[in-house]
Design a protein around this ligand. Structure first.
Ligand code: ADP
Ligand code: MG
Length: 231
């Protein structure tokens, strides 16, 4: 019954979101089309040509980002509710973002509990959730820093702490985090954290975020209590 309620809420939210998402994808595509049309003009200088090509490519990137931040979430639920081994999924997500982190001189420090921590949910969505969080942390440290990831189990309850030494957020930014299309980035989609909130909610996980401007951000996720533990 519970899964069904979540599905219904999500379906409703998805239909509300669909209109705005199309808009967010169509906008950059329209500008790309405009720049490509400008490029049909033979009398452009090499410089102008390069400029329009860059703008056209930016539009495609932007549309692509909207799809990446949102797609796994919007995809119909074909995967069922399954056991997720947290160590495994976190390692997979870390592997995924390591090239991105290295490109910005970011050191990743990850530590895992000895107890095998697990939770329940949809693996692919949880993967998307981790990627959206890790990507934000990396994007908050354009000139390098440390990304710390720590998985712990206390009293049968797994928790994950993700901390960056990035630009941080002020109170207003922190309050707006997770509202659709709220972004402070030039090429942001403002969809990443909304998807994170929604996925974690469906997993019965709690999220706490603290941040200090010019200092960094900590994301603390507490998962549902485990019924039994295995070492
Ligand atoms: P996007 O990354 O596309 O901007 P998100 O929903 O992922 O959209 O994030 C929304 C906003 O929240 C970001 O634009 C940024 O201002 C802020 N934010 C999220 N995570 C962090 C972080 N780790 N450090 C600093 N700011 C963050
Ligand atoms: Mg993001």
């Amino acid at each position: 019954l519970k899964a069904r309620v979540i599905e219904t809420e999500k379906a409703q939210m998805l239909s509300e979101m669909a209109a705005s998402i199309s808009h967010e994808i169509r906008n950059p595509l329209t500008s790309t089309k405009g720049f490509l049309q400008l490029l049909q003009n033979d009398s452009l200088s090499k410089k102008e040509e390069e400029f329009y090509i860059k703008l056209a490519l930016d539009g495609i990137d932007q549309a692509n980002n909207v799809i990446t931040d949102y797609l796994t979430f919007a995809k119909p639920a074909t995967i069922s509710y399954e056991r997720i081994l947290l160590q495994e999924e976190i390692r997979r997500a870390v592997r995924f973002v390591t090239p991105l982190a290295s490109a910005s001189n970011i050191t990743i420090k990850a530590e895992y509990s000895l107890i095998r921590a697990y939770t329940y949910g949809e693996k692919q969505r949880f993967h998307q959730c981790l990627l959206n969080i890790l990507k934000n942390s990396i994007e908050a440290m354009p000139t390098g820093g440390t990304l710390s990831i720590s998985l712990r189990v206390e009293q049968f309850t797994p928790s994950l702490l993700i901390t960056d030494t990035g630009i941080g957020m002020n109170e207003e930014q922190l309050n707006r985090l997770g509202s659709p299309f709220y972004s402070t980035k030039e090429k942001g989609t403002g969809l990443g954290m909304m998807v994170v909130f929604s996925i974690l909610q469906a997993m019965n996980a709690k999220l706490a975020i603290s941040s200090k401007q010019n200092d960094g951000t900590s994301i603390h996720i507490t998962f549902a209590r485990m019924k039994k533990v295995a070492i």
